[in-house]
Design a protein around this ligand. Structure first.
Ligand code: NAD
Length: 474
């Protein structure tokens, strides 16, 4: 089955280059993905231009109907999409089912929100004049989505762009192509006109450089690491393209002494080790108030030990392998460096099994600030658990890094909760629960974690431009 969708046609493109697709639970090759050549990208650009002319003139009402049909198709196909996610990305089937089962919600949200892209009427200075603000689709979009939530990341970009009236060329992750192809197929099968949605894979740097430089592309959306985001942001700026950048994070998780510590530790471990920690909003720095530190650490280690680590395709697995071999090496490096810096390894030195890209959940306590774990994003199953004395001090520590994506805090005091909500420098703050990433709420960071939001009405705004029309009768 071909992997690219260009101008409504499924194709493997014009070249012969291919990339290997691996099962991270075994390390074995299970397929391959074609790489786009410049000629394929040029066809996709021409298609996106043509598709945009059709789609921007399709009413929001009709676009919404097609998107809702796509949402229903993802629901019908959710189980097979989940199986593909687990096979290529490694996460447990239970998590893959949540990802695939939620796709329809994201598409439905945008399908409805696209019907509410309201403008404004501004009172004129001259009688009889009209001053109107229109919200218009920004134009063809180039989108780059990562492998950690192969469909969950892609759906926000495609549904947001389409709901606003934009066309899109998506470069989805080469590590996990199959579920992405199935998601795009749902839009295609739902009746999205040819050229409106295009999908390619290839060498990321070749594709981004060619697409972002093209005058056809009017908007760039990227989810991935800070260094790549910096590079693509510079490319977008050079060509004066709007950009949404959803980059890395290093979330603090603050536990005050006035909460149920066991419950906070279980929730924290669940959040940390979900998707093997390969989540941009994953907590990494756990700051626990002095008097409850030992109790928290004990419960957290217990929760980490209890996790069933294994092949995500086996029912009952709670943490799968990491998505590729380089992440295992990276996590081993973080553990080694933290121990050398003086941290206590509370749990998790072992690499489970002899095959596949596994790392045990790792818990390090009393980690000095000089350890890399305290400043670089680990993007894996590793947690630093440290103590704090006063709220002011921990807020300063939480804000000390250049990242600002997500922050978590636990307290039963309304005053403390309000202070944390006000003072944490983060695009998202979740207090006393995990409350992030619903389709109707904005998801995005500040500082080095990027700019712009996906989700919520802000997610639609990212694909709209503002036009001011001033008119008066002749
Ligand atoms: P990486 O920096 O090599 O790649 C990150 C992503 O960017 C990948 O999807 C890759 O295909 C893409 N990419 C790389 N160079 C590109 C280019 N020139 N043009 C367009 N796309 C490009 O890192 P990796 O080893 O694949 O992933 C690990 C790092 O990526 C982590 O440290 C994490 O910070 C980041 N990451 C973040 C998210 C997120 O949700 N924000 C998701 C996945 C990865």
């Amino acid at each position: 089955m071909p992997s690219f969708l260009i101008d409504g046609q499924w194709t493997d493109g014009s070249g012969s280059r291919r990339g290997a697709v691996l099962n991270p639970a075994t390390g074995e090759q299970i397929g391959e993905v074609p790489f786009a050549e410049i000629a394929d990208l040029d066809r996709a650009l021409a298609a996106a231009q043509k598709g945009f002319e059709i789609w921007r003139k399709t009413s929001a009402y009709d676009r919404s109907k097609i998107l809702r049909r796509a949402a229903d198709l993802t629901r019908e196909r959710a189980e097979s999409i989940a199986q593909l996610i687990t096979r290529e990305q490694g996460k447990p089937l239970s998590e893959a089912r949540m990802e695939a089962g939620g796709l329809g919600d994201h598409i439905d949200w945008y399908a409805e929100e696209g019907r509410r892209a309201y403008g404004r009427v501004i009172p004129p200075r001259q009688y009889g004049a009209r001053q109107i603000v229109l919200r218009e689709a920004v134009g063809p979009v180039a989108a780059f989505s990562p492998w950690n939530f192969p469909t969950g990341q892609l759906v926000r970009k495609v549904a947001g762009a389409l709901a606003a009236g934009c066309s899109i060329i998506a470069k989805a992750p080469e590590e996990t192509p199959s579920s992405c192809i199935e998601l795009i197929r749902a839009f295609h099968d739902a009746g999205v006109p040819a050229g409106v949605v295009n999908l390619v894979f290839g060498v990321p740097a070749e594709i981004s450089e060619h697409l972002i430089a093209s005058p056809i592309i009017r908007k760039v959306s990227f989810t991935g690491s800070v260094p790549v985001g910096r590079h693509l942001g510079a490319l977008a700026a050079r060509h004066v393209k709007r950009a949404t950048m959803e980059l890395g994070g290093h979330a603090p998780f603050i536990v005050c002494d006035d909460v149920d510590v066991t419950a906070a530790a279980r929730l924290g471990a669940g959040l940390k080790f979900r998707n093997g920690g390969q989540v941009c909003a994953s907590p990494t720095r756990f700051y626990v108030q002095d008097s409850v530190f030992d109790a928290f650490l004990g419960s957290f280690v217990e929760a980490a030990k209890a996790l069933k680590v294994g092949d995500g395709a086996v029912e009952g697995t709670q943490m799968g392998p990491l998505a590729h071999a380089r992440r295992v090496d990276a996590i081993e490096g973080f553990v080694r460096d933290a121990v050398e810096a003086g941290a206590d390894l509370a749990y998790g030195a072992e690499r489970p099994g002899n095959s596949g890209f596994f790392h045990a959940p790792a818990v390090l306590a009393n980690v000095p600030d000089k350890a890399r774990l305290m400043r670089d994003e680990p993007f894996g199953p590793i947690a630093a658990v440290n103590r704090f004395d006063r709220l002011e001090n921990v807020i300063a520590q939480a804000n000390a890094l250049p990242f600002g994506l997500a922050a978590f805090a636990f307290t039963s005091s309304v005053a403390r909760a309000t202070q944390l909500g006000d003072e944490l420098e983060s695009g998202m703050v979740s207090i006393n629960h995990f409350g992030l990433a619903a389709p109707e709420t904005p998801f995005g960071g500040i500082k080095d974690s990027g700019h712009g939001s996906e989700g919520g009405s802000e997610g639609l705004d990212a694909y709209l431009s503002t036009k001011f029309v001033s008119q008066i009768g002749a």
